[in-house]
Every structure is written in C-alpha cells, then in structure tokens.
Design a protein around this ligand. Structure first.
Ligand SMILES: [Cu+2]
Length: 419
C-alpha cells in the first residue's frame, strides 16, 4: 500500500474527528459551529455534554459516565462493530448470535422466523460519545433480515424497552393487521408485550423496517430501524420477467435469461452471487443534544468508522482501533444495499470518488434505474442497490461519502481500500 496515501487520509480523518468530538464535549455547540472549525476542543467545558440525555426528560444516573471520555480517536465499546455489520445477514438458517431464528415449512410455504426485541441501550457514535438509543436486539441499525421472495417473514416482537413500540415493514403486505402502526392489529406494544407479525416477502429488493410509534420522528431517530433484503427468486423471474424490468418491448429469450442470471447473482442461495461482495450500509444521524438537528452523521452508526486510523491498513479490528477502510477485492463486484434512515434532514446521498456505479432504486427491478452515476440521493426510507466495479482501478484508497459535505465532515466519510 502506498504509505503516503494512508498518512494523509489518516491525518484528514483525525482532524475531522477531533473537531467533531471536541465540539460534542463542549456546551451548547450546534453543528454549524463545528463546521466553522474554531478550535472548540480546547475551550470545551467537558461536564456540560449531554449526549445521553433523553428528550423525554428521563435524565437518569445512567448518563453520569459521560464525563469519562477516551482519547480522541478511540472507541471504548466493542458491542457493535460496523465492519461486521456490513456482512451480517440473518437468513433463518444462520445469522447473528443475538438473533434467534429458524426456518420451517407450512405445507409448501417456507417460513423464515426471527425474534426481535426492543431494548434501550447506550451506543457509542463517535469515540467517547455515547447516545441513549432505542434498538432492536441491542444494535443500531437493527439486524439485517435476508429472505427470498415468496417466503413468509415471521417476526416475534417483544418490547423490552421503556416506551411503546411496533415494527412497521416496507414490504407489500396484504394484511392491515400486520402493518405495525398504532391504529392496526395489535397497535403499539407496551413494555413486556409480544406480538408475532407475518409479512409476505415481496417485492424483491432492499426493504426497510422501523418502529411506527408516535412521535414517529423520535422513534426512528433513536435507532429503531433495520434492513430486510428480499432476494429475487430466479424461477419466478423466468416465469414473470416483466415484473422485473421497466420495459414494454419484445421479451426475447435472451432478455429473460439475462434477468434470470441477475436474479441468481442477487440470491444468497445461488452460487452465482459468490463473485460479488455484498454489504449493507444504513445512512443515519444522531441528534445528541435533542435540538431537532443531527450533530453526528454516519454510514452504519459510528462516525468515521470506515475512515483511516493512524495504525490501520494492516490489522484486524480491535476495540480501540477505531477506524479502517473497507477492504475490497478489486476483482469482485461491490454490491451495496443502501438505506437512508436519517431523521431531521430531507435527504441524504452517496458519492464515490474516482468511480461510477449502477443504481437500482429500491432494488425491485433487475435492470438499473440509473447507469454510470457517481452520486445518488435518497429521502428518508428510500433505498437502493449500488453495483460498483473497481476491476480496472489501481490498488489504494478510494473515498466515498455523503455529498452534502456537511454530513461528510460530521462523520459520514469513508474509504474503500482496493487490494
Ligand atoms: Cu418506537
């Protein structure tokens, strides 16, 4: 690896992170002050930071440890690893330890069953900066569920949090009782209550789930969201090719076979996807002082987690070794399942340096919505699949980030390391 690249990338990540963390430790600093880069870290009155205080007034003793900061650049907690999260797919057959799951049949119908629990938890969103989150299964974003089109997704939801929650799925759900909103079916679930939702896995694509309790803004922003990937069923594609392409012309055998091949590449149960590196990225933000504006932005919760740290570039992730780029094999296609979960900002975006990609909005079609673009934007809950090819690129660091430069400077700035 060119060491010069690493040094400058590391220095830039460090400067941005120090500015962000320094400002967060200060009193009454809004995000625009951070961007002014006024050397606020030195003037910070550490005790004033209220990042863990709740908007609903339950400032408890649990927040008192916020005075105890690690050094800038070091995450102390290792309960969540954004590098692992990229690749954690829960299929019912296998997945994460903190997600009880199984697959069973009802006649010919395959049921993929998952247990999700709402729990209140402190998460670390920048080195030494915690946030009082509401989460599914103790992580933000919640676990990624991965199923195949036509399956039933069965989610046994138990609310172990202090507030009333639901799970609302962004799928084509045909039973209003299963919509996970306060007015339908079981409504909101109070602390200790359980309900089993059943959703048909349709259409294929990168889908979304989130709590739909009121006030919605807060329930989403606190961390109650996650990704459902519905893989296309190649056999269904062969039989109904027009459902997967935005095109009215003649349907030739050649075209059908192209669509089926694409479906096989997207389906985790087919070998065709093995030369593709698949990752989940959820763009999110955190309003640490509850002023209705995000102070910290990220892809997958931790500011600058895919930036370049002083000591990185070689080692594996260790607690405290907070930052490293996402290392990718240049000969593999990179497929990013991208979801925008941001609250308080109208849009978010994803921009690649030195490369262009194909974009499949919502992932419901098997031909791209946009070809050869280097920036896409998404409103809240919008999502899509990016396919990025680095096969003709030289090895090294390639940046990607939100192209609201403000978001990038406040944490949503990352690198791929092509090897
Ligand atoms: Cu909720």
């Amino acid at each position: 690896m060119p060491s010069h690249d690493y040094k400058t990338a590391g220095a830039m990540t460090k400067t941005l992170e120090e500015r962000l963390v320094g400002a967060l430790k200060g009193e009454s600093i809004d995000r625009r002050t951070v961007l002014g880069g006024l050397g606020l870290a030195g003037a910070a009155g550490i005790a004033g930071f209220s990042g863990g205080a709740s908007a609903d007034g339950d400032h408890g003793g649990g927040d008192s440890h916020h005075g105890n900061f690690g050094a800038v650049g070091e995450y102390s907690g290792n309960q969540f690893d954004p590098h692992e999260y990229l690749y954690q797919f829960n299929t019912g057959y296998d997945g994460q330890e903190n997600v009880t799951q199984e697959v069973y049949m009802e006649g010919d119908q395959r049921i993929r069953r998952f247990e999700l629990n709402a729990v209140d938890i402190e998460i670390e969103i920048a080195p030494g900066i915690t946030f009082s989150a509401w989460s599914y299964n103790g992580q933000v974003p919640g676990p990624t569920l991965r199923v195949t089109e036509g399956d039933i997704i069965e989610v046994e939801f138990t609310n172990l949090g202090r507030h009333a929650h639901t799970i609302h799925p962004h799928v084509k759900n045909i039973n209003p009782a299963m919509d996970g909103i306060p007015t339908n079916g079981p409504g909101v679930l109070d602390t200790g209550e359980s309900y089993t939702y059943r959703w048909k896995a349709q259409p294929c694509g990168v889908q979304f789930y989130h709590c739909h309790s009121l006030p919605l803004k807060e329930h989403i922003h606190r961390g109650l969201y996650g990704v459902i990937i519905v893989d296309p069923d190649p056999e269904r594609v062969r039989e109904n090719p027009r459902d997967y392409i935005n095109y009215d012309g003649p349907m030739t055998d050649d075209l059908v076979s192209q669509l089926v091949t694409k479906a096989e590449s997207r389906n985790h149960e087919y070998d065709e996807g093995e030369d593709v590196n698949e990752m989940v990225m959820v763009m999110n933000g955190f309003d640490t002082n509850f002023d209705g504006d995000n102070e910290v932005y990220a892809a997958n919760t931790r500011a600058f987690a895919y930036g370049v740290g002083d000591t990185d570039g070689k080692g594996n992730w260790e607690p405290g070794e907070t930052k490293r780029p996402i290392q990718v094999d240049g000969q593999q296609l990179q497929r990013v399942y991208l979801v925008n979960a941001i609250e308080f900002d109208a849009i978010n975006s994803f921009h690649t340096h030195s490369n262009f990609f194909d974009y499949y909005d919502h992932g419901t079609m098997l031909t791209p919505t946009l070809k050869t673009v280097d920036t896409v934007m998404q409103c809240q809950a919008q999502r899509g699949i990016l396919e990025i090819d680095y096969s003709d690129h030289e090895p090294g660091l390639y940046m990607f980030h939100a192209h609201q430069s403000e978001f990038a400077e406040l944490g949503w700035m990352s690198f791929f390391e092509v090897v």
